[in-house]
Design a protein around this ligand. Structure first.
Ligand code: FES
Length: 131
């Protein structure tokens, strides 16, 4: 058993194993389900992993094949862009409420683990958590 595990696939902080590290790359992003919520998981060019909503906040189109440059994700449909560090819309950037929901992610022991942020957890408080 991997250190830090408390239940099969769930670590001591509530992160859920979603994939082997080797299976997480760039677009098309890996679609996983965490506690009934669909999440996309992708690796940036710097090697870090992000977990985010599979739908664009603009018109809910799929982001599976979105373009990522640095830490900016661009939706292929109308080119709205989001910062994958904060979720903020950076193009057109005129609507502060148009943020991409992000989730907490960690990678260790060859595995990628995701924890839903409160905003999308059933009964969540709208707060985000950090690891
Ligand atoms: S649906 Fe993504 S930019 Fe319009």
């Amino acid at each position: 058993m991997t250190a830090g595990r408390t239940l099969a696939g769930v670590d001591e902080d509530g992160f859920v194993r979603v994939a082997a590290s080797a299976d997480v790359g760039g677009a098309p992003f890996l679609r996983v389900t965490v506690a009934g919520t669909e999440v996309l998981v992708g690796r940036l060019a710097d090697g870090t992993v992000r977990a985010f909503s599979p739908r664009c906040p603009h018109l809910q189109q799929p982001l599976t094949s979105a373009i990522v440059t640095g830490s900016t994700l661009e939706c292929p449909f109308h080119f709205y862009a989001y910062d994958l560090d904060s979720g903020a819309n950076t193009f057109p950037g005129d609507d502060a409420d148009l943020a991409l929901p992000l989730h907490d992610v960690r990678e260790r022991d060859g595995e990628v683990l995701v924890r839903l942020r409160d905003a999308v957890r059933p009964g969540g408080t709208g707060r985000s958590a950090t690891s």
